[in-house]
Each structure stands twice: as structure tokens, then as C-alpha cells.
Design a protein around this ligand. Structure first.
Ligand code: ADP
Ligand code: MG
Length: 343
């Protein structure tokens, strides 16, 4: 398998801590075991808080205009997406959304912008029955005469049946690796915005809809609770998020790249662009999960029931550490670099 990075996109050699390096160096604390609210700790899409026999899934995601959204993004879809990405983490845990909190920093009061943002946010909150229960509002200070950035921080909470919940840990040798939807579509839109490739008007319309309005796989995630052995949502890119499962489960994988799902519009793009988008494109908010081979029919049924395509893209092959990703013939797959703040 060839290197999937293409000119202008592959990441530079790292001379400082990347996103995950800095989290594990500075933000993985080991609390005393005296607290009654136990948790599995940092490293999954959601933290599970055990409160007596009740288990609550909690996630927090921060986004900003300029980093996660184009400066001219439609505020209606910004509103939908700030909650969608958190719902997607609840989906990856198999949790039922129960409530969310919104903190927002604004450079100025733009009522027209806020009205559209708020109606998008309200729409998705009603769609997934996840009410807003609080938050904080502050002014984003200007920096050297330039207006501050609009920043959103959402914390979402979900409920789980006692003792249940999907994490990135738990993939077993021989498990199948599955993915929902058609990953890569969101980055096909972003890459075109950045000038890396051109799209036809129809391609642009389709890919932009996947980038601006991702579908949290809440119902499917819940149906996977007793089926999947591990699960993660794809926010940074399929390869990078699969690596989180492999690292946390301490296993290696073999991928069947030719079997990867591709949308009709993705198939129209140059093969190198397809690989870049499918393996490393972020922002899809699809689920990647593992399940025993005996559950194949069940997984397909769950996909059908939820009107969500599910595709088997590989398998877990060994307990090798460090893990590797290989193709069907056993050759290593160079997965390139998935999205990483600070790399
Ligand atoms: P996700 O993309 O699902 O939000 P990430 O892969 O970005 O999760 O984060 C990996 C893990 O690190 C998650 O468990 C997340 O909660 C945790 N994490 C990220 N930033 C911090 C932080 N500043 N402090 C504590 N934990 C963090
Ligand atoms: Mg996630």
C-alpha cells in the first residue's frame, strides 16, 4: 500500500508535544481511590461516572470559529454541529442523551447570528431529546486590536444501563472491524475549501452537507451496547481513531482497504484524494467499532434497522504491541497522519 499523504497535506516532523502527548503528560491525573464516584479514567469518548448503581456518560468538546468552522459558516449549522459532535461521543459510548451545557465566548453581540445559531442548536437538541440545562456566556477579548474568536464548549451527559457502556478498550483478536456511513466525505469538502482539490458543484453540495451537518449515530450506538466489544467515533480521521482503539485494547489490525465504503461522489475523485480523505479525513462523526465474527448478521440487522450503512473493513489480528495496521496480504499500511491539534 502506498503512502497516502499527498503534497502539502502530510504533517511535518514533530518537535514538540502533539495533542495526545500533551493530554497524557499534563491532564491524566490519578485521583485517590477514596471518591465514591468511580470512573474508568481519561482516554475514551465518554467518561463513565458510577454514582451508586447509576452510570452516567459524560463528554466535553470545544470548538471555535476559525479552527473548527470556516469564518463564514452558516450559524444555523454551527449550532447543530456544536451539539452533534458531543452527541456523537455519547453514541460511541452507547449512551442515551439526557442533557447538555453550553459555554460560549463571543467577540460581540450579533443578534442575527445568535438567532440562527440558537435555532440550529434548538433543532438538534429536540431531534435527539437532549435539553440544554445551563452553561456560561462571556466576551471574547480582542487581541492586538483584532476581534476575539467565537468559542463554544459543550458538555453533554447521557444515561447507560447499569454496568454497560462502550469504550475504546475491549477489542479482541479475531473481532471484525466495522464502520458506519462513508468516512472521508467531510474532509473532501474541507480539502476543497483549502484549495487542495477541485469539486464539481454537485460534489461540493454533497460533501459540504456531510461536513456541516454530521449525523450522530445515537440509536445505532445504543443497539451496539450488547454487541460491540469496542467503539470510537471518527472525529480526527478513520486511521487515527482506529489507532485509539488499537492502543487502548493493545491489539493490531488488518484493514481491507478495497472494501472501505465510499459514497458515490467519493468514487468520482482521484484515488490519491480518496485515500487521503477516507483514511485521514476528520469530522465524519461516524462510528468505528469491533464485534465478534459470530455477530455479523446482527450488526447488519442493526444497521438496517437504523437506516445506517455498516461495512466490515478489517479485523483484529494479534496482541502485538506496538500495534500495526496491515492489508489483506500482510503488507503494512502507511495510514498517514490523522488530524491532531499541535502537530
Ligand atoms: P474525543 O475526540 O472523543 O473528544 P479525544 O480523542 O479528543 O476525544 O480525547 C482523548 C481523551 O482525552 C478523551 O478521553 C478526552 O476526554 C481526554 N481529554 C482531552 N483533553 C483533555 C483535558 N484537557 N483534560 C483531561 N482530559 C482530556
Ligand atoms: Mg470522540
Amino acid at each position: 500500500m502506498n503512502n497516502v499523504s499527498i503534497e502539502g497535506i502530510s504533517s511535518q516532523p514533530k518537535d514538540s508535544l502533539d495533542e495526545f502527548g500533551l493530554i497524557s503528560k499534563f491532564f491524566v491525573h490519578y485521583p485517590k481511590a477514596t471518591k465514591s464516584w468511580r470512573s474508568q479514567g481519561v482516554g475514551d469518548d465518554c467518561a463513565f461516572l458510577e454514582i451508586g448503581s447509576t452510570r452516567i456518560a459524560v463528554t466535553a468538546d470545544m470548538m471555535s470559529i476559525g479552527t473548527h468552522f470556516l469564518e463564514n459558516a452558516d450559524p444555523f449549522y454551527v449550532g447543530r454541529k456544536v451539539l452533534a459532535v458531543n452527541l456523537s461521543d455519547l453514541a460511541a459510548a452507547g449512551a442515551e442523551p439526557e442533557a447538555f451545557f453550553l459555554s460560549i465566548a463571543l467577540p460581540k453581540v450579533d443578534e442575527k447570528w445568535l438567532a440562527r445559531f440558537s435555532s440550529g442548536l434548538k433543532q438538534i437538541s429536540e431531534e435527539f431529546d437532549c435539553p440544554l440545562r445551563g452553561g456560561d456566556t462571556t466576551k471574547a477579548a480582542s487581541v492586538e486590536g483584532r476581534p476575539g474568536k467565537t468559542v463554544f464548549s459543550v458538555c453533554a451527559l447521557g444515561s447507560l444501563p447499569s454496568g454497560k457502556g462502550l469504550t475504546r478498550k475491549g477489542a479482541q483478536v479475531d473481532d471484525d472491524i466495522w464502520v458506519t456511513g462513508s468516512p472521508g466525505d467531510a474532509f473532501a469538502a474541507l480539502g476543497a475549501e483549502w484549495g487542495y482539490w477541485n469539486l464539481t458543484p454537485n460534489q461540493k453540495k454533497y460533501f459540504a452537507s456531510r461536513m456541516n451537518d454530521p449525523t450522530p449515530r445515537i440509536h445505532l450506538g445504543r443497539d451496539l451496547l450488547d454487541v460491540a466489544t469496542s467503539c470510537c467515533d471518527i472525529s480526527d480521521g478513520l486511521a487515527g481513531d482506529l489507532k485509539h482503539i488499537l492502543a487502548r485494547s493493545m491489539v493490531s489490525a488488518e484493514l481491507f482497504y478495497s472494501d472501505f465504503p465510499r459514497s458515490l461522489y467519493m468514487k468520482e475523485l482521484d484515488e490519491r484524494v480518496q485515500r487521503r480523505c477516507i483514511l485521514n479525513g476528520g469530522d465524519d462523526y461516524e462510528l468505528i467499532f469491533t464485534a465478534p465474527p459470530g455477530s455479523r448478521n446482527l450488526v447488519i440487522e442493526i444497521g438496517k434497522k437504523n437506516n445506517c450503512p455498516v461495512t466490515r473493513i478489517g479485523k483484529i489480528v494479534s496482541k502485538e504491541i506496538p500495534f500495526s495496521v496491515k492489508d489483506r496480504l500482510g503488507s503494512p499500511i502507511n495510514c498517514g497522519e490523522s488530524f491532531n491539534h499541535f502537530s
